[in-house]
Design a protein. Structure first.
Length: 248
């Protein structure tokens, strides 16, 4: 962590570029099949959400001081995915709070829930949906989002159940404000976040802008499925999102 102005400028440039890529790739593309444990969920039209999907898309709007809306028409529902869309890439002159240099995450730990899991990279597939962990013991970091500790919302997702058994984020909805989240990073550092809120949303009303939009600090989003399991579709009806901010 550094207060050096030139170092922050470099990080801002990297983060802005990552956010721009996030938006252009349309990570409604987080085609994360957590809702449907058997495979990636179907695509949905812009404006829909869900885990079906994790996340829908939002229409283009004017940016606010802390977030910007997704470009119009960008992104399909990912966890559906986990996915909404990211903003066009506004940079902030004065980020709030601590920041860390870019470094790939390797493990996520939720001390209050007794959860610890390795993190793998998740990229976009040809159909613009996100790759998914192929088991219930790993979490995944969406590589087009910032690394945990950088400026912006880092996205980490995992199954709630896998093959009818509890998976990494089975207890995620039990997190509460103030709970700590630790993310080990490749450079040997650990980014520690504090939960600010926990949301559960019907998949058709996933708040993509709130989850994926740019922010003026280092943030983390943990995403999984939630709610009851629809026996007809084989998918959970809701998505659970944990919002957290970097504290050290």
């Amino acid at each position: 962590m550094t207060d050096d102005r030139s170092g922050r400028s470099r990080r801002l440039t990297v983060s802005a570029a990552a956010v721009m890529a996030f938006g252009l790739l349309g990570v409604g593309a987080t085609g994360y099949a957590l809702a449907q444990q058997s495979g990636p969920p179907p695509k949905v039209a812009a404006g829909q959400g869900g885990h079906a999907g994790h996340g829908g898309v939002s229409a283009s709007t004017s940016p606010s001081p802390s977030t910007t809306a997704a470009p119009s028409g960008a992104a399909q529902n990912p966890h559906a995915g986990h996915g909404g869309t990211a903003p066009g890439g506004a940079a902030y002159e004065t980020p709030k709070g601590p920041l860390l240099d870019r470094s790939r995450p390797t493990k996520v730990t939720l001390p209050g829930l007794g959860v610890s899991a390795p993190i793998i990279d998740l990229k976009l597939k040809a159909d613009k949906r996100m790759e998914v962990p192929d088991n219930g013991t790993q979490a995944g970091w969406f590589t087009s989002s910032p690394t945990p500790g950088e400026l912006g919302p880092a996205i980490v997702v995992a199954h709630v159940t896998h093959r009818s058994k509890p998976a990494v984020f089975f207890k995620l909805s039990g997190m509460r404000k103030g709970d700590k989240i630790q993310v080990a990073r490749e450079d040997g550092t650990t980014a520690t976040f504090a939960v600010s809120s926990v949301g559960q949303y019907p998949k058709a009303k996933f708040p993509s802008e709130e989850v994926y939009g740019s922010v003026d600090h280092a943030a983390l989003r943990l995403i999984t499925c939630g709610g009851v399991l629809d026996g007809e579709t084989g998918s959970h009806v809701d998505n659970v999102v944990v919002y957290a901010d970097l504290v050290s």
